[in-house]
Design a protein around this ligand. Structure first.
Ligand SMILES: Cc1ncc(COP(=O)(O)O)c(C=O)c1O
Length: 435
């Protein structure tokens, strides 16, 4: 098939995320990806764009990294996959050790799975089995906050924002969970505690039935790219202890440096009872996720009637994925990622914050290597994407949000290319050029 035929076949037969199954658009074909450059083809020859998405938070070292590639090549000559039931292997053991070493001291047990959504399912199941083991199986509901996102499987959908997650489409299939109001954004006056008051009220009323609170720490990603204050998270931890409820932190998007801390919970200096990691874990090369928990929870589950934790994916701890994660973490931990992320933050602030003055812009916010422009009205995805591509940039806007979370290795001139393209979108909307 030539490029035209490939793109046409894709449009007719291949499903893409959150897209019509029958009237899909023609999508640019990726021919090559290197560092922060994607080589695309729309049927009229190849062209390069700067990647501002890191493939949805994942590609922190950019694409085609020789260290990760070499590690993968070496592992394929030994074995690419082996069942994890009854057998073990060095890549998984080494990765578990690194994760135990770099996360909170209380997290000592690591469960590997294939995707972020599954790692959240695993976390929720751990919480349920924990309370069953303690003969409190009435504690089987989850409390979360509005505007959250935790994945697309059924249990995870039940704790996603009910409006964004279109819960009405799945009435009767989703377990009803408890939702407190979304945490206030980071710049709200410290005296306004109505968000935490609402959470406390829910705990006071329902704690006998609540297994765990589940939250994305500091950054609510797909639910609106919102940043909230660390003090909120600190108070959540205190309330969980007071009301005997577990705390699950979903660091799938925020983990591995993105917010300026290695893990976003470090902004609040708290520890989770159960922690979910994914996305950037392998530097964006393979799909892999991990759920970590404490010795107390692990022992309680294991000493119960079931005797075991009831989960075991076929591709659990896939050796290639673990190898990629080991190489990626070695790269990250031996690099000056913190300075790099702070440089990206500072450049985003300088180049994006002035766009707040446009009438069509509701808000501009920056945290770590995340830059967000929230428009007053939803953006036309196709027209916006076309303009961005014309400006030599790959971004994927959604709703009112135009945002970038580039690879950490991005160069200042590449980042300027991204912020200039974002500015061009804002100017086009302001001048009604998209109408
Ligand atoms: C916070 C959070 N949790 C869970 C998920 C689901 O991860 P995956 O898409 O790998 O299933 C995502 C994905 O965007 C996420 O951002």
């Amino acid at each position: 098939m030539n490029t035209h035929e490939l793109i046409h076949y894709d449009q007719q037969h291949v499903c893409h995320p959150y897209t019509s199954m029958t009237s899909a658009l023609q999508l640019p074909l990726v021919e090559y990806a290197q560092a922060c450059t994607l080589t695309l083809n729309q049927g009229e020859g190849s062209f390069d764009v700067v990647d501002g998405m890191a493939s949805w938070w994942c590609a922190i070292h950019g694409y085609n990294h020789p260290v990760i590639n070499n590690a993968l090549n070496k592992q394929t000559t030994k074995f690419s996959h082996i069942m994890f039931g009854g057998l073990t292997h060095e890549p998984a053991i080494r990765l578990a050790k690194t994760l135990v070493d770099i996360t909170s001291p209380s997290l000592q047990h690591v469960f590997f799975s294939d995707s972020g959504s599954v790692s959240v399912e695993v976390a929720m199941k751990m919480a349920l089995q924990y309370w069953q083991a303690k003969k409190q199986s009435n504690k089987n509901t989850f409390l979360t906050v509005k505007r959250g996102y935790h994945g697309d499987t059924f249990a995870t959908m039940s704790v996603c924002d009910p409006v964004n997650g279109m819960h009405h489409l799945f009435t009767g299939s989703l377990k009803p969970q408890l939702f407190a109001q979304a945490p206030h954004s980071i710049d709200t006056a410290e005296s306004d505690n109505s968000d935490i008051d609402d959470l406390r009220n829910q705990l006071e009323q329902h704690h006998h039935n609540i297994a765990a609170i589940i939250l994305e720490p500091i950054v609510q990603g797909a639910g609106g790219m919102r940043f909230y204050r660390p003090d909120y998270l600190k108070q959540v931890r205190t309330l969980c202890d007071k009301f005997n409820v577990l705390l699950i932190l979903d660091e799938i998007a925020t983990g591995f440096g993105r917010t300026g801390k290695l893990f976003a919970y470090e902004h609040a200096e708290i520890e989770a009872d159960i922690l979910c990691l994914g996305k950037a874990l392998t530097g964006g090369t393979m799909t892999l996720a991990a759920t970590l928990t404490t010795p107390h929870i692990a022992e309680t589950i294991s000493n119960s009637e079931a005797n075991c934790f009831m989960h075991g994916p076929t591709f659990m701890a896939n050796p290639l994925a673990c190898t990629a994660a080991n190489a990626s973490l070695e790269l990250l931990l031996n690099s000056d990622w913190h300075t790099k992320v702070l440089q990206i933050e500072s450049q985003f602030k300088t180049e994006l914050l002035p766009l707040k003055s446009f009438d069509c812009v509701e808000d501009v916010r920056v945290l770590g290597a995340i830059g967000v422009i929230e428009m007053k009205k939803p953006l036309d995805m196709q027209k916006t994407t076309n303009l961005l591509l014309k400006k030599g940039v790959w971004l994927r806007p959604f709703g009112k949000l135009l945002y970038s979370m580039p690879p950490f290795i991005i160069k200042p001139d590449e980042l300027t290319c991204i912020t200039q393209a974002m500015k061009a979108v804002v100017e086009s909307v302001e001048l009604n050029n998209f109408e």
